[in-house]
Design a protein around this ligand. Structure first.
Ligand code: COA
Length: 415
């Protein structure tokens, strides 16, 4: 079976996490992704957080599946010529260098257009145009600048960053959507265009509900579904909401059997309004179903702490999986707090290809997260990440270089 992006060639100038997430997705959808790296060094993540000496790290392998690796010194005049040949052959250039790095290499938008007017140039940057546009940015900076950190954590503690890599992987996802959209528009216009996904913007997009809450707070001075209500106070800005649900159905994380020793013996419990009577039955508080202080969502809001404490008395008598099974029988929305160990061992995730075991020539077998987006006509096969420069000769030959020319370029330090 063919793949959705068969025939699309990506010149992948990405490194670390945000850009590689994007190009890995495009590779999984069938694009030919040619990753350009510096000879001898490569993507810095190849050697970061290594668990096996001298072997590509999991950081690298898990973000660079299904790609080809070529080494080019893009500051070497002959290396620049190789890069020009690649620009002429590819459909999309993806990069996440520090601001201005591509221009300093001599590959401005204008120059790229001269070489290939159909080329789409897609970039991740920390910030969009404005006071911080020249800044280098990593994940947690974006989480802080995009509104996630100020709204994450508990009210009596400092801002907290989340383990979900919403700044890096999240922005990579946004960029991938921009690229396929630009490819689609090119079928009408015949022209390439620039695509920019700024990490601050990507994080803010994922924190949209918090800007919603800011405006509600500005107008009413209170947010009744937040844990600060009714006994705490609200300031000018949206406060940290602990584990409160971001939507209109109140939720909280509750202890389950074994919580004293297992840090993940917890369940997320949502008091969804349509199943309130069932919740009351399950926890043995049948009278709450009709009591005026508890019967309606509005009446319950001032009592949420007390309600969750009562539900927790019930969840603490069950393991998180027992609780999940019972609650699901009644259609009560809930979710166990799964550890990474439990996720890695979960058979259903292996079956769907969301967790995949990959074999690597120097590392051996390891687990990775497969493509979370499943296309029925374009199934994903996860292939191991390339070794540094593994495909240099192959790609150079495709560009028309002879073995003698390739070896001369290598001697000159261009590839
Ligand atoms: N040949 C020759 N030079 C190369 C090269 C190659 N194949 N590949 C990269 N380089 C050069 C670049 O031209 C740049 O040189 P310059 O500074 O002289 O112009 C240099 O390598 C370093 O690139 P830079 O992007 O500045 O790397 P860094 O390690 O200093 O910074 C980041 C890393 C992530 C902070 C920065 O790239 C950044 O802010 N990127 C945008 C936001 C982003 O994606 N952040 C999240 C990363 S997960």
């Amino acid at each position: 079976m063919g793949k959705a992006l068969d025939g699309v060639r990506i010149l992948d100038f990405t490194h670390v996490q945000s850009g590689p997430t994007c190009t890995q997705l495009l590779a999984w959808f069938g694009a030919d992704v040619i990753k350009v790296e510096r000879a001898g060094a490569g993507d810095i993540t190849r050697e970061q957080l290594r668990d096996i000496p001298d072997v590509d790290s999991l950081y690298f392998t898990m973000l660079n599946h299904n790609k080809r690796s070529v080494t080019i010194d893009t500051k070497n005049p002959e290396g620049k010529l190789v890069l020009e040949a690649l620009i002429q052959k590819c459909d999309v250039l993806v990069e996440n260098f520090a601001p201005g790095a591509l221009d300093r290499m001599g590959f401005t938008w204008e120059r790229i257009q001269e070489l290939n007017p159909r080329m789409i140039v897609a970039s991740v940057k920390g910030f969009g145009p404005g006071p911080y546009e020249d800044c280098k940015v990593y994940e947690n900076v974006a989480q802080c600048a995009g509104g996630a950190a100020s709204t994450t954590g508990f009210d009596d503690g400092p801002p907290v960053v989340t383990g979900a890599q919403i700044g890096d992987s999240g922005t990579g996802l946004h960029l991938a959507l921009g690229i396929v959209t630009a490819l689609y528009q090119r079928t009408q216009t015949g022209r390439g265009q620039r695509v920019l996904a700024a990490m601050q913007d990507g994080v803010l997009n994922l924190c949209r509900v918090k800007l919603r809450d800011q405006q509600r707070l500005d107008r009413t001075g209170v947010m009744k579904e937040y844990p600060q209500y009714p006994n705490g106070s609200f300031g000018e800005a949206v406060p940290r909401a602990g584990n409160a649900s971001g939507g209109g159905q109140p939720g909280w994380i509750l202890k389950c059997k074994g919580w004293e020793t297992d840090p993940n013996a917890y369940i997320y419990f949502i008091t969804q309004a349509p199943v309130w009577a069932k919740i009351c039955n399950v926890i043995g508080k049948e009278e709450w179903a009709t009591h005026p202080d508890y019967a309606t969502p509005a009446a319950r809001l001032p009592h949420l702490k007390e309600i969750f404490a009562e539900i927790e008395r019930w969840t603490m008598t069950k393991t998180k999986f027992e609780a999940m099974q019972i609650l699901n029988e009644y259609d009560i929305p809930c979710g166990p707090i799964l550890s990474m160990k439990e996720i890695a061992e979960e058979p259903s995730l292996r079956k769907t290809g969301t967790i995949v075991e990959v074999d690597h020539p120097t590392r051996g077998k390891y687990l990775t997260v497969g493509n979370p987006i499943k296309l029925s006509d374009s199934p994903t096969e996860v292939k191991r990440s390339p070794l540094l420069g593994e495909h240099t000769d192959e790609v150079m030959a495709e560009l028309g270089y002879s073995p003698e020319q390739i070896s001369a370029l290598r001697t000159a330090g261009a590839i």
